[in-house]
Design a binder for this molecule. Structure first.
Ligand code: UT7
Length: 320
């Protein structure tokens, strides 16, 4: 069977308001030099008051649909990767579905924090291959600013808001599309990166808590394995990779993964400097940027990877 899930269009959206490191250092005991040296981040976008995760995701989805040449009535599955839904329930994907004017199929949220898009892409691919749906919108959208403690310099400087989306369609005899995905979770890392609130525990939203160095060490090791294992499984050599499209948590983590793959920096898509860590939105944001500026072209082999709280991590191998 050569039914494959083919990416027909990409889209993204960043809120208007930009907060620079310099602006942050006016209210926090931090500095532009510390943030840029340790993370590669110099600015982040922040959603406006009243601008929700579904609003960001909707615009990214509309742009992806426009790029694909398809209409909302062609879409029969929407997966929204997010850890910052508008409300505890229902799924924010349902709101996006309604605002797009999609009246058929189904829509749900999927949470794997910063690995959310990698997990959602793998889920959509499995559903499409099985015939559960024909055309999917896979969206990563986050308002991380709403779950930050803005007085905690160890986390407040790291995150941003944004959304990205792809349109995926099941096609028979396809020569391009998703080749495969690798998903991993190790729940023993649960307490190293989590939000200290939730409906079942505190009945509050909570804020991000992170043991940074511990997460950093795990990310470098496990991402190195995730990218090498997926290539091995599919019999693809490192030199065949055209682009690494990584989750943008920290430039030093991305550099370590690229080094393990023997990839020069010119084959790595970086967006962290101006967007910071947008969690599940970072990969589709990076993908859309590189497609629109002409770097990623049809036929290119791309490798996506992400590491997240959970711990949850994984990779997707895609022929564009
Ligand atoms: O996307 C999900 C996955 N998330 C990640 O992958 C994040 C992984 N972790 C990291 O990226 C890094 O661990 C951080 C960027 C969070 C921290 O960098 P680090 O090099 O691991 O620094 P550290 O936590 O070891 O802190 C070093 C020093 C400490 O001061 P002392 O104890 O040496 O005096 C911190 O208090 O830097 C201090 N520090 C800061 N100083 C200025 C921590 N945050 C800041 C800050 N500004 N914002």
């Amino acid at each position: 069977m050569t039914r494959r899930s083919v990416i027909l269009g990409t889209g993204s959206y960043l809120p208007e308001r930009i907060i620079t490191n310099h602006e942050l250092s006016e209210t926090l005991d931090t500095s532009h030099d510390w943030i840029i040296e340790r993370t590669g981040i110099s600015a982040r976008h922040i959603a406006a008051p009243g601008e929700y995760t579904s609003d960001l995701g909707l615009i990214a989805a509309q742009r992806a649909l426009e790029a694909s040449g398809l209409e909302p009535q062609d879409v029969d599955m929407i997966i929204l990767a997010t850890s910052t839904p508008d409300h505890t329930f229902p799924q924010s994907a349902a709101r996006i579905q309604a605002k797009l004017g999609v009246t058929q199929g189904f829509a749900f949220d999927q949470a794997a924090v910063c690995s959310g898009f990698v997990f959602a892409l793998a889920t959509a691919d499995a559903y499409l291959k099985q015939g559960m749906a024909k055309t999917a919108l896979v969206i990563g959208s986050e308002t991380m600013s709403r779950i930050l403690n803005w007085n905690d310099r160890t986390t407040a400087v790291l995150f941003g808001d944004g959304a990205g989306a792809v349109v995926l369609q099941a096609q028979e005899q396809a020569t391009r599309g998703i080749i495969g995905s690798l998903l991993r979770t190790d729940g023993s890392g649960y307490d190293d990166l989590y939000v200290n609130g939730g409906p079942s525990s505190t009945q509050t939203t909570g804020t991000i808590q992170m043991k940074g160095p511990e997460v950093f060490r795990n990310a470098v090791t496990r991402l190195g394995e995730a990218v090498q294992d997926i290539l091995k499984i599919h019999g693809i050599a490192q030199e065949e990779i055209d682009w690494l499209v990584p989750h943008q948590a920290n430039k030093r983590i991305i550099d370590a993964t690229a080094k393990k793959l023997g990839l020069p920096d010119s084959k790595v898509i970086h967006t962290g400097e101006t967007q910071a860590n947008t969690s599940a939105a970072s990969i589709p944001l990076a993908l859309d940027q590189a497609v629109r500026d002409g770097r990623i072209k049809q036929g290119d082999l791309i490798l996506c990877e992400a590491f997240a709280g959970g711990y949850a991590w994984g990779s997707n191998l895609i022929r564009m």
